[in-house]
Design a protein. Sequence first.
Length: 301
Amino acid sequence: MTDPRMIRTFSFLTCAFPHGAYQSPGFNRPELRAPSIKGQLRWWYDALFADEKEEQRLFGFVSTRQNSRLGLRGNEASRILLRLRPLTAQTSTAPTEFMPHKGREGGTKQAIPAGARYEIAIHPRRGPLTTEQHRRLERVLDAWLLLGAVGQRSNRGAGSVWPDDAPVEEAALMERAKGLLAGSKLRCALLDRVYTTESELRSEAGDFLHAPTTRVQRGSRDIEIAEPWWPFGAAADRKPSPLKLRAVQLGEQLRLVAIWDGRHHTAQNLRQGVGMLTPTKDLRNLLLKALPLLCPSTEAT
């Protein structure tokens, strides 16, 4: 009989900043929790399959107008149970650079160090999963482990996870990544630079321009928010970046993968944004070289 569980082991390639209840400036203990990973899996499910109704059925839902429009009534618990087990000793760490590209101004936070290892196990609840549910969930889990991250600054290299069975050669990595993303509006490209430390990688991944802004009225106030087309996110109005930079490891080499989420932005948005980056920045040149993979000319702009 086939084991209904999905069990994987993984490690952090870069330091991670997931925090639970302990987030005060004076005491910000990092904490990797199953709900945080579950949230990442939901994002990947939506990005890969764009099937909100089945996503809600698998991960659980509460009564909302949106769910009622999907034909989902009442509240329903998740069909899966996620367990997380540390495989390395959990020791306190010294303050870690939070935004290393800003130097001292970037501040520090406690972090889960690079190299920390975990086991993740997903069990079915309330009866077995269907074959299709199991297939989709396995693909979602493997996509997150190969191309995902968790915690603060995860779109800029921090908290990058890496499965124990990851490919060790570039061609194999890209073949596996493209297979996992097939049929979705996600595209990925391996950037052409090797980093000697995870801090160096995070520094380059985080060094973007401030977003161009526009003024809008919110209630009785006029405020400035990022231009809607800007493809790199914005902190002020909490706009997540559709361009995600994640660490990968090929042999002993630490590199960046760029993942472009084209669900809500066009290829032209990305081309325009990359073109505005500071010409002297290595990241601009790396992304310019990756554009043909991230937004192929055959796709609509």
